[in-house]
Unconditional design. Structure first.
Length: 461
């Protein structure tokens, strides 16, 4: 276990690595109009600048996480940073729109290793009683990124849209240099062959899921048209689930250990992660509600989300310290209840500006808990050291699946409610009810004493 000074240095390194990846999501929006003009892309094609990043992230997370359990955190964190820089360079220098999408895919794939490996490093270097605070600080990165992202994006855009991506190159180089110096290397040796079959089946399964949910256009479904490619992709994803389980049971060293799924704690955490992803995706549609309800511009609507972002930036480190003090059951329950109540207030009184700002703060605190430290904290305590990154990767996949599913649900429910203010209000209210139902899952988590006992047992395993 590292000493206090080393832990602080490692935490700073991980903080800036995750911030780089988070900022790339927050600042890419301002580049889209220029990208659309330069490459003559239509709206549907332009949406893939975001979607293909999500696809790469889902596919990249499990193998990178598993490889870091096998070959060490340092090697895979450096590989992830290097891949992210390469993807950024491809995007900036892309001679055509397909090459730009390849660059975004490489970025997303590489970013799939940054947060899970960072969380696993915290498990490796921080004692159980300090992990919540460390994870809370890392979780605050996303709120900070969305605070400074638009400002940084606007400044870099003055130099040209390519600089929104080129800025990642010197940052990645500095982080790689410090990673080589500070991060732990390989901690175990194994002669078992890498689980190539598991990786291949998982990649097909996740690709089908991501593509199917992304292309499941609510507008087509409302019109009675069936997007057969999307439905076919989802069927492939479902068919590959039992195949993946069978492959993993036979693998000498599987990407996802089947023993992980014997833990009730992990099943509950996965369900909560899907719910958190659905709630997070609902936030994306809040500006549309604000524009319709108050008649403001799109840019003003985005600024009105500032209370949500501030609540997330403050709430994540505070909830991290609460995890160390009270355990996950109490903290996660608060997160689920606050998220649900915030969405219900927003959906129940969509035309009230007072209700909007109250809901923003309550919802922001709830999401800070669920998207920040809490669920990652549970998994660090629930698995042995050689499965930490894989478990964190599983969390990223389930949360990402929830995000994709949530986007489809909001679109369908809003349309069923007649669109505009009433439709979005119904969508947020419905998702709020779903979040409150997940309180049962939160209350089913282990007590603080039982959780601490698991952490100590795995610390010596």
């Amino acid at each position: 276990m590292a000493n206090e000074r080393q832990r602080n240095q490692i935490l700073g390194l991980l903080f800036f690595g995750v911030l780089m990846a988070a900022l790339d999501i927050a600042i890419v929006g301002p580049a889209l109009p220029s990208i659309q003009t330069v490459f003559s892309a239509d709206e549907r094609a332009l949406s893939w600048v975001f979607s293909i990043y999500v696809l790469g992230n889902l596919i990249g997370t499990p193998p990178i996480a598993a490889l870091s359990d096998r070959f060490g955190r340092r090697a895979l964190y450096i590989a992830s940073l290097s891949g992210f820089a390469l993807g950024s360079l491809l995007v900036a220098l892309a001679p055509s729109f397909p090459i730009l999408l390849v660059g975004r895919l490489v970025q997303g794939f590489s970013a799939g290793g940054i947060f899970p490996v960072a969380s696993a490093v915290i498990g490796d270097t921080f004692p159980p009683e300090r992990r919540g605070s460390a994870l809370g600080l890392i979780g605050a990165v996303f709120g900070i990124a969305f605070l400074i992202g638009p400002i940084l994006g606007g400044l870099l855009l003055l130099l040209g849209w390519q600089w929104l991506f080129l800025i990642n190159l010197p940052i990645a180089a500095i982080l790689i240099a410090f990673s080589a110096k500070l991060l732990p290397g390989r901690t175990r040796d194994t002669t078992a062959p890498f689980d190539v079959a598991g990786l291949a089946t998982l990649a097909v399964m996740l690709t089908g899921l991501a593509y199917g949910l992304t292309e499941l256009d609510p507008a087509l479904l409302r019109a009675g048209e069936l997007p057969w490619l999307a439905i076919g992709a989802l069927i492939i994803a479902i068919v590959f689930v039992p195949l993946f389980i069978a492959v993993e049971r036979r693998a000498a060293e599987p990407i996802l250990q089947p023993t992980i799924f014997r833990s009730r704690q992990i099943w509950l955490t996965a369900a909560l992660a899907i719910g958190a992803g659905i709630a997070e995706s609902a936030i994306v549609f809040v500006p549309a509600l604000v524009t319709a309800a108050y008649g403001v511009s799109s840019s003003t609507a985005s600024f009105m989300l500032l209370p949500v972002v501030l609540a997330m930036a403050v709430g994540s480190p505070v909830s991290g310290r609460m995890l160390d003090q009270f355990g996950s059951r109490i903290v996660v329950t608060i997160g689920v209840v606050f998220s649900g109540i915030g969405l219900i207030i927003l959906g129940g009184w969509p035309a009230s500006i007072i209700a909007f700002y109250l809901a923003s703060v309550v919802m922001g605190i709830g999401l800070a808990i669920l998207l920040g430290a809490a669920l990652r904290y549970i998994l660090l305590n629930e698995v042995p050291a050689n499965e930490r990154a894989a478990a964190q990767g599983l969390l990223t996949v389930t949360m990402g699946s929830g995000q994709l599913l949530g986007a489809v649900l909001v679109g369908l429910i809003a349309a069923a409610g007649g669109g505009a203010v009433g439709g979005y209000g119904l969508a947020f209210f419905s998702i709020g009810i779903v979040m409150l139902l997940l309180t049962l899952a939160a209350l089913g988590l282990k007590s603080r004493a039982a959780e601490r006992a698991s952490a100590l047992a795995h610390a010596h395993s």
